[in-house]
Every structure is written in structure tokens, then in C-alpha cells.
Design a protein around this ligand. Sequence first.
Ligand code: PRP
Length: 211
Amino acid sequence: MNPMISVALPKGRLGESVYKIFDEIGYGCPEIMEEGRKLIFENAENRVSYFWAKPSDVAIYVEHGAADIGVAGLDILLEQQPDVFELLDLGLGKCRMAVAGKKDALRDTDRTLRVATKFPNIAKSYYAEQSREIEIIKLNGSIELAPIVKLSDVIVDIVETGKTLKENDLEVLETVCDISARLIVNKAAFRFKTEQIEQMCGKLRERIAKG
Ligand code: PRP
């Protein structure tokens, strides 16, 4: 019998869309969409199990082999640099990483720039490339607040619709990179379950190409 493949999905809308694709290509596990607090679901017939994890924790589960496969945003992969294989761009959860702030926030280039962010590593490497001196202020959420209350000059954060910035009189000043959800795989699992993982990945690729 084929080995089971365990999949870590990010809790929330993105994870639910990804599960629907898995379901369509033959890896369904109907119990997963039922209301409740259960965390792990298994369909022995389809040789697959799923669990929901906090989006920023998915790569940790996969790197440590607690899940064979996971779905994580490129933002999280760039920030955490987990030791995993990235097999596929799922083309979902599209947004961008941007520098944002008040219109003239970047005018004074002599001063150390104060950057508030949930993504200190991304911000550091972005400004290192520009040889710009910065001070990182690490926050955990509601990042847009920082330039409004003058905690920082700018933020480095995810922009999806741009609504949060607009409603707070902030704007995108620079784009750091485009973001989308990626399929990641544990390195050892890929070695031991190559055939099953490649088959799953091939079906996903085909389904995504159809749009
Ligand atoms: C994210 C991000 C922005 C917002 C952008 O926050 O940090 O605040 O979404 O979306 P928009 O461009 O569509 O307005 P999230 O909702 O994840 O919560 P957070 O503030 O806790 O980071």
C-alpha cells in the first residue's frame, strides 16, 4: 500500500481554497470542512491526512517533518528561510510586499530610517541591497498604525487590496516583491515518498494551469 502523505494547511481562506483543489484532484477528506475544533483529518482510502496550522507555522511543521507537505506564502518563506523544497507556485493568495508610509516619508535620506514590520529579515535584506541604514521595529500586527502614531517612518508589510493603507492616508512607496502561496515539501519525505509526492504535485500543477 502507498504511504500516507500528510499535508499542513494554513488556517483561513487561503487554506480552504487550497483544500478544495486537493479535493478536486482526488485527495478529498470530507470531514475536514465540518464545523468544529478538530485539528487533524485523515482519509486512509486516498492515502492523505491534513491538519490546520497557523499560516506562519506551516513551514516549521514541514521543515521538521511533522508534515510531508505544506502551503505557505512566499512572505513567510523569505522571512523564515526554512530548509524545505519549494515545488510549486500555487498562484493563490497573491499580494505584494511593499514599503509604505506617508507620501513624503522617504524624502530625508540622511537620517536612519525607522522601519516597522512583522518581517524583519525581509526588511533588512531589502535595505542592505540599497545600503540604506535602518532601524527595525518588530511588531506583530496592525503594522499600519506605526507611521500614523510616529513609531516609525515607514512599514514593510503585505499589501493586498490596498484598502488598509488608503483608509489610513498611507501609500505604497516601493514594492519589495510579489507574493503568492507555494507548495513546500520536507526534504526527507521527498526522498522516501518521491513517487507519491510527484504524482500529487503533477496533478496540482495540471489543475492550476487550467485556472
Ligand atoms: C494584512 C497586512 C495588512 C493588510 C493588507 O494584515 O498586514 O495590514 O492585511 O490588506 P489590504 O491591502 O487588503 O488592506 P492582516 O489582516 O493579516 O492582519 P495583521 O494586521 O494582524 O497583520
